[in-house]
Every structure is written in structure tokens, then in C-alpha cells.
Design a protein around this ligand. Structure first.
Ligand code: ADP
Ligand code: MG
Length: 378
């Protein structure tokens, strides 16, 4: 008799999942049901590149979980598979939130090494132009969550920089800006606005019926056949529809329900498993807090997602360099203290040289979690 092991629990039950990775947020499916019109619009915008012409710049907008990121990534993947001429770079402006960081990332992508810090944006811009001249392909630049960039003060300058060189010498590139915010363009220079949005593509919220199709498709990849009770998908779709037509919520609920069923060793994922997933998703305290942040609080949390830990003075300076509206040191301390009291931030007192005490701030929730929540916030 072979020695038993705690990981092999005797009789192996049939696995519920075929491949749970296809429910992960970053998974990009082969098909995106109900996004055919948006896909054709993107194809239309990008197509000129195949005949040696400049692609149209696209402004994509719509609320969270409507498939904006997935659809743009999907069409670019197809384009890059089809043609050697196109290569894309994807930048999420939560991570690349300043003019310099975006310019440096693009310049590096063009094959010219620049450090992300220690060199000025104007100098980087010169190098970017140099890179454009030598470039043998057409770069497609995706600026996702572009509203983040525009909440800082040099973001619109960056857009201006980029649009100015959309066609530079014989070189050109395609720009795709993605936003959750419908009114984003209100505070932009009209010239920037019109060249940014040569083509605007709206992503409507999904209806319950559409969500049902999407969830069926995703779960047929993820779950073994017959693993779901028949009411599970309709209920998950109804829930996601109620919470704003957000496909991400539906997919996440299915995954959590599947994990709960798996843990219990259940034969099928039931409606009860799904309901427990709903409440788990809604009651998580960090998530609740993150859902209700105002502009100032969002900027502050965004900084700490990026920088891990900063003392009070550093955080204050960084805040004012990103926020359009400057605040006083006193107001800043109020905001930071509120967030610390609510349990979203840690504030550790520290003695700092002669000048006395300071506090070192960091996130009290996981970075991935905070980042995910901020990105999903319209
Ligand atoms: P947005 O960028 O608009 O917030 P995402 O593109 O991140 O939305 O989509 C949220 C989740 O829903 C992702 O996991 C994505 O793969 C999935 N999704 C969205 N639309 C579809 C669709 N039409 N078919 C399949 N999956 C979809
Ligand atoms: Mg997105």
C-alpha cells in the first residue's frame, strides 16, 4: 500500500475547474461577445497602417467593466499578429502618472534607453523624437485610465507633446486613450481634444442578457462541463447588471463561487456558493472604503500604491505636484489622518533628526488590491 499523503485526500473528486485562469482579471479571451461594433471601429481606425498611412487617434470611454481594456488589447494583439509594421505599448496611467514617466517609457520602447528618473522631461522628449526618426515600425501607444494623467498638472502637456508628433517627419504613431470619465475632455485644450479624439468609441454598460452570454463564454473555458447549477450564470449576470453592467464583477463572483465550492469538495457550484461570493465581494472593508474615496483621497492612495512608503513631508509634496488644486499642509494632514483612522493607511510615527517627529505612511491593504480598486473606479 502506498503511504497516504494529506494532499491526496483518498477518493479524488472530479475537479470543478478546467482552467480557472480564464477567470483571472488579466486573461484575454479569444472572443469578446457583444463588442463587435467597437472592434470594427478600432479596426477601421488602425487599418490605414497596413497601407503605410497614419492610423487615427482613438478616444475610448465608458464605465468600469464594459470591456474597454480587453477590447483594445484584443484588437492590438490581432493587428500585431497580422502585421510586422505595428507594435504596441500599453501604459496604465496609474503607474505612469507623469509626463516624464510616460515619455521615458515610450522612448525606451522605441529602443533608446532613458532612466525613469534623473533626467528631465524636455530632454526625454528630444530623445523620443530621435527614436521616432529611427523607428522601423509604427508604435501604437495605449494610455489606459488617462483620467489619472489629467488629474496631475503635467498630463495635458504630455498629451500635447504626443499629439504634436503624431506625425513627425516620415514617422507617425497611433494613440489610444482610454477613460472611465465621460466628461474628461471638458478641461482639455480644444485642439488637444480634437486630435486626441479623431475617433471616439463609447462602451455602453452591458445588459443582463449580454452579461449572461459573456459569463457563459468565460465559464465554459474555466469550469469542467456540468460544474455549475443551472441558475448560477443567470444570477451572476443579474447581480453584475445591477452593479452597473460590470462584467468584471460577474466574472469575479463566478471565480469566488467556484473556489468556495472547491474548498467544500462540492460536486457543483451552487446558487448558495454564488451568494456567499456576492457578500464576500461587497462586505470586504477595504473594498468598501476604496469605493468611496474622493478625488484627494484617491490621489493620496495612488501615490502610495506607487511609492510604498513616504514620510509626511514627502507625501505632501508629491500630493501637490500631482493635484490640480493645491492644498495646505494642514488640510493635507487632515486627509492623511482620516485615511489612517479608517484603516486604509498605516501611519507610523518616527523621530526625524533635529526637526522632531514625522509619520511614515504606507498602505494598510495590499497594493494589488488598492491598485485594482482605483483602476476600476469611474
Ligand atoms: P474596463 O477596461 O472597461 O473596465 P475590462 O476590459 O477590464 O473593462 O473588462 C473587465 C473584465 O470583463 C475583464 O476580465 C474582461 O476580460 C471581461 N470582459 C469584458 N467584456 C467582455 C466580453 N465582451 N467578453 C468576455 N469578457 C469580457
Ligand atoms: Mg480598463
Amino acid at each position: 500500500m502506498p503511504k497516504s499523503n494529506i494532499f491526496s485526500s483518498g477518493e479524488e473528486s472530479r475537479p470543478l475547474f478546467n482552467d480557472e485562469r480564464s477567470l483571472y482579471p488579466e486573461y484575454l479571451p479569444e472572443r469578446l461577445p457583444h463588442r463587435e461594433p467597437q472592434i470594427s471601429e478600432l479596426v477601421y481606425a488602425f487599418k490605414p497602417v497596413l497601407s503605410g498611412l497614419r492610423p487615427r487617434n482613438v478616444f475610448v470611454y465608458g464605465s468600469t467593466g464594459t470591456g474597454k481594456t480587453a477590447t483594445v488589447r484584443y484588437v492590438l494583439r490581432e493587428l500585431e499578429e497580422h502585421s510586422q509594421r505595428a507594435k504596441s505599448i500599453y501604459l496604465n496611467c496609474f503607474e505612469f502618472g507623469s509626463r516624464q514617466s510616460v515619455l521615458a517609457a515610450i522612448t525606451n520602447f522605441l529602443g533608446i534607453a532613458v532612466p525613469r528618473r534623473g533626467i528631465g522631461a524636455d530632454e526625454t522628449y528630444t530623445k523620443l523624437l530621435e527614436g521616432m526618426k529611427k523607428c522601423k515600425f509604427v508604435p501604437f501607444i495605449v494610455l489606459d485610465e488617462v483620467d489619472q494623467l489629467l488629474s496631475g498638472n503635467d498630463g495635458s502637456k504630455l498629451l500635447y507633446d504626443l499629439l504634436r508628433i503624431t506625425e513627425y517627419g516620415k514617422a507617425y504613431f497611433g494613440l489610444i486613450a482610454i477613460s472611465n470619465d465621460f466628461s474628461l475632455s471638458a478641461n482639455l485644450d480644444p485642439r488637444v481634444k480634437s486630435s486626441l479624439a479623431e475617433q471616439s468609441i463609447v462602451f455602453e454598460r452591458y445588459s443582463p442578457k449580454q452579461l449572461k452570454d459573456i459569463l457563459s463564454q468565460r465559464s465554459s473555458l474555466a469550469f469542467a462541463e456540468g460544474s455549475l447549477e443551472k441558475d448560477v450564470i443567470p444570477l451572476a449576470a443579474a447581480h453584475a447588471a445591477k452593479l452597473g453592467g460590470d462584467a468584471r464583477i460577474g466574472i469575479e463572483c463566478l471565480w469566488k463561487a467556484g473556489k468556495a465550492a472547491e474548498k467544500e469538495g462540492a460536486e457543483k457550484v451552487s446558487v448558495e456558493h454564488l451568494r456567499s461570493a456576492f457578500s464576500e465581494i461587497e462586505t470586504s472593508p477595504g473594498r468598501k472604503l476604496l469605493k468611496h474615496l474622493d478625488e484627494n483621497q484617491k490621489i493620496l492612495v495612488g501615490i502610495l500604491v506607487e511609492k510604498d512608503r513616504l514620510n509626511s513631508g514627502e507625501l505632501f509634496r508629491e500630493f501637490n505636484s500631482r493635484s490640480k488644486k493645491k492644498i495646505t499642509d494642514r488640510r493635507f494632514r487632515e486627509i492623511a489622518s482620516e485615511l489612517a483612522e479608517s484603516g486604509l493607511l498605516k501611519a507610523i510615527p518616527q523621530v526625524k533628526g533635529k526637526r522632531g517627529k514625522t509619520r511614515v505612511f504606507s498602505l494598510a491593504v495590499s497594493k494589488e488590491f488598492a491598485k485594482g480598486e482605483l483602476e476600476n473606479k469611474p
